[in-house]
Design a protein around this ligand. Sequence first.
Ligand code: UGA
Length: 444
Amino acid sequence: MRITVVGTGYVGLVSGVCFAEFGFEVVCVDNNAAKIDRLRRGHVPIYEPGLSKLLRKNATAGRLTFTTDARSVVIDADIVFIAVGTPSNPDGSVDLSYVYQSVEEIFPSVNKTAVLVIKSTVPVGTTAAVKGFLRSRGVEVDVAFNPEFLKEGAAIEDFMHPDRVILGVESPNAKKILSQVYRPLYVFNTPIIFTNLETAELSKYASNTFLAMKVTFINEIANLCEVCGADVNEVAIAMGLDRRIGDRFLQAGPGYGGSCFPKDTSALEDFSAKLGVDMPLARETIRSNNARRIRMVEKILRACDNEVNEKNIAVLGVTFKANTDDMRESPSIDIVGALTTRGAHLRIYDPSFSEQAKQIFQGIDFSDNAYDCCNEADAVIILTDWSEFRAINLRELNRRVRNPLLIDLRNIYTLSEVSAAGFNYCSVGRAFEKLKSAKEFVVE
Ligand code: UGA
C-alpha cells in the first residue's frame, strides 16, 4: 500500500508518520521546500511529544519520505490524503483555497484507481464538490472523507489508539482501500464506522463544537460557583461520574483556544446558516468563550486590588494548552495584552520555549524557569496547566516574590496547599474568592 499525504501540518505530518509506523510506504508532500528539507534531515517543525523519534525511526527504515513534487508521487499512490490547512475567513466561513490548490495540482497525474481522501476539516458538501471539480476536468477518482480527531500534545496516542475512526465513502473500492489502511487498528477493536460523505464531514464539526460547548458550560458553572459557595472542581466530579455526561472536558479555565475549537465552532455556525439552519448553541458558545477572556482580566485586576500599573506580574504558561508550543487563539494573547496595556511589567515562562509566543509578546521578558520568572513578582498567574507547574515548591516561590499572590486560572492547586505556603490564592469557580477576600487567607 503506497500512501501519499499532501500537507505536512499537524494532521498531515502526524498521520504520515503514524501510517509509516503501521508499516505502509508513505510519502509526505508539502510545497514549502524549506520545511521538506528540514523534515528530510529529521527535524520536526512542531512541538509534539514522541513525533521526532517516530519520524526518524520510519525515515531510517525507508518507509517515510518527503518531497515537494506532488505530481511525481501521486502517479502510483494507492491512496492520497489531503491534509492541508482550512483556516477561517474573517467572517467565520472556511477558506478552502488550499484544498482546491492541492487538488488542482495533483489531478493531472493522480492514479485513476487511487482513492482521494480529504482529511482536512471541511464543511459538509466539500468532498462531493471536490469530486465534481475533478469530474469537470475529466478525472474520475473515488473520493472519501476521513476526519481526524487527534489532540495536540497527545496526537500520536490519539492516532494509534483512537476512540473511533470515521470513514465517509461512497464506493466499494474506497471502502476496501480504507479498510486496509486502518486494518492495524482492528487489533485494538477500534470502532471503524463507515458513513456517507456528509455524515463524516458533519461528525467532525459536531464533535468539536460539542466539546467546546462542554468546556464553555463548565466555565459558566464556574461563574455561578464564584457567587453561590460551590466548588467547580467538585461539581465537575459530581457531573462526570454520570456516565451519560463523562468526566472529560469539564476542567474550568480561562476559556478554550487552539487552532480547532474557535475555527470549527464558527464554521459550523456559518455553513449551517447558509443551509438555512440556525445553531444558537454554537453561536452562544463562541460568544461566551470570547467574553471569558475579559472576565479573566477582570478577575486578575480584582485580585490585584484593581491596580496593575508598574506591578511585576509573572505569567506561567502561555500556550493555548499544555504539551504544545501552539499559540493560536490562546487566551494568554488577550490576557497578557490587557495587562500590558494597563502598565503591568510582565515576565513569562513557558515550558515549550515557544517561538510563536516570543514573536507575539515581543518586548516582554521570557525566563528560563518558573522560579526566576517569579522573582520580585507582585502576582503570579498560572495560565496553562503544564505538569511541571503542579509540583512547584511554593515555599521557595514565596521567598522569591514581592507579594504572595497566586492567580491560578487552571485550578491546579487547592486552597489549603497554597495558603500553607503563605500565598493569597485566587482560582476559578471556587466560592471563597467571593465570600472572603484573598488576603484573609495569608498564613502568618
Ligand atoms: C481538539 C479536539 O479535542 C480534537 O479531538 C480534534 O481532533 C482537534 O481539536 C482538531 O480538530 O484537530 P486540540 O485543539 O488539540 O484538540 O485541543 P483540546 O485538548 O481539545 O483543547 C482545546 C481547548 O479547550 C484548549 O484551550 C484547552 O485548554 C481547553 N480545555 C479543554 C479546557 O479549558 N478544559 C477542558 O476540560 C478541556
